[in-house]
Design a protein around this ligand. Structure first.
Ligand SMILES: [Zn+2]
Ligand SMILES: [Zn+2]
Length: 433
């Protein structure tokens, strides 16, 4: 059975929502509807005016212990390649009850949402890419460098598909990402841990059908091919404790998804708004709108047809700009061919999945999150690295002005933390010799 607390499963009207409206705004607009009580949207029954609400319709990250038998999925990006402040591109975090966390795609803009969960970067070190379009991997830079500076103690690990040639595969992409970021890497590893600035890539055959690409600690991840703007893209299924979550990468409806996503507990698949909206809102010529929506992506009607075949316990539609102008028509398109449980994904939507129940909520998280430390500590930087400063640049330092100005503040700091004298210029000059 599926429970939908915000959008309500029974009426199917507001439903399409799941979006940026606040829970309070929703309640205001729907006062008195039976659906509120049904969905316990007001937070359960409160018996004491000073008491705690027993059952909230929102998720506050870091406040709930995930049950050993449970999976939590958080949408950290659900949108499109064109950047938008209110919605990032594809990223789904999957947390399993054994303590593992898996990032499926890390699309442009999604890191701000992922970081807002305030999960130590130590635990955010496994990324599974569905394909190499930037709306699915564009924020790898921010996860790589942000996690490194915030204390990830080990290398970032990336899994992803091969391509028709080695130059079209995940390994090539990650190797050349590090080349692109070479100045960042070289200057940073001079000061902080080297190993945490590296990427370990596992590339697997994109043609593998239901192949195991990861199997550890009771979690199995499989992949199968997707059909989307050229060879290479794939979809994933994660299985843990008898629960199956499917993360469909970009794809036209395909035979493998129909077969291997079958009976998923949560099946995530893209759904595109109608081509007419790409013409009127996105500024695309009609021919391109046709192709983009419905030749190498999946229309609402086709998404519904796929889900009617797969019959998941709960279906999730994503990869559309979720707003007033789009969500209702896409929802209607899907309902032409599918009448099962459905979420219209928005950033920070959360699903808790157990064997008995799928619950959808929205996460409430800060805009100004800080990184949180885990238990691991980074090793020190490698010794004997070549200098990163020339004498020419070091001679440009205005020490005679800056040092007296900051001396009192730094002396107090050094005393508090028992630090030795840090004459940076002297240290760097020594490395010149
Ligand atoms: Zn794509
Ligand atoms: Zn995409």
């Amino acid at each position: 059975m599926s429970t939908r607390r915000i959008s309500g499963v029974s009426l199917g009207v507001a439903v399409a929502v799941g979006c940026a409206i606040t829970a309070a705004g929703w309640l205001k607009g729907h006062e008195g509807l039976a659906i509120v009580a049904d969905a316990q949207a007001a937070g359960g029954r409160i018996t004491d005016p000073n008491g705690v609400a027993p059952d909230r319709y929102v998720y506050y990250p870091g406040t709930e212990v995930l049950d050993k038998a449970e999976i939590r999925v958080i949408a950290c990006g659900t949108g499109m390649p064109s950047a938008r402040r209110g919605q990032a591109a594809t990223c789904f975090l999957v947390e399993t009850g054994n303590g593992d966390k898996f990032i499926f795609d890390i699309g442009s803009g999604s890191m701000a949402n992922l970081a807002a969960l305030m999960i130590p970067y130590q635990y955010l070190d496994k990324v599974f890419l569905t394909h190499l379009h930037t709306d699915h991997m564009g924020d790898i830079d921010s996860l790589w460098a942000g996690g490194w500076t915030a204390g990830r103690p080990n290398a970032l690990r990336v899994w992803g598909p091969s391509g028709m040639t080695p130059q079209l595969g995940t390994k090539y992409s990650m190797e050349h990402f590090l080349k692109h970021a070479n100045w960042d890497y070289t200057t940073r590893k001079f000061n902080i841990s080297t190993v945490a600035g590296t990427i370990e890539t596992t590339e697997f055959d994109y043609k593998g059908v239901n192949q195991v690409v990861y199997q550890e600690h009771g979690v199995t991840i499989r992949s199968w091919p997707a059909v989307h703007s050229g060879d290479g893209p794939i979809s994933y299924a994660l299985e843990y404790n008898g629960i199956k979550v499917v993360i469909g990468g970009d794809t036209f409806p395909n035979k493998w998804f129909l077969k291997y996503a079958k009976d998923a507990d949560l099946a995530i698949h893209e759904a595109f708004v109608a081509p007419e909206l790409f013409v009127t809102l996105y500024g695309q010529p009609p021919q391109l709108a046709w192709r983009a929506c419905c030749a190498f992506h999946t229309s609402g009607q086709a998404f519904g047809k796929v889900m009617s075949e797969v019959k998941p316990r709960h279906a999730v539609a994503y990869h559309f700009l979720n707003e007033e102008a789009t969500r209702y028509s896409l929802y209607d398109n899907i309902r032409e061919t599918y009448d099962g449980p459905l979420s219209m994904a928005a950033d920070m939507m959360v699903w808790n999945i157990t064997k008995g129940k799928v619950t959808e909520r929205m996460a409430v998280s800060p805009d100004e999150a800080w990184a949180v430390s885990g238990t691991g500590r980074q090793p020190p930087p490698d010794k004997g690295q070549p200098p990163v400063y020339s004498k020419f640049i070091l001679d440009g330092r205005w020490d005679e002005g800056a040092q007296p100005a900051q001396k009192r503040m730094l002396d107090e700091f050094a005393q508090k933390y028992k630090l030795q004298d840090q004459d940076w210029r002297k240290q760097m000059m020594k490395k010149q010799q």
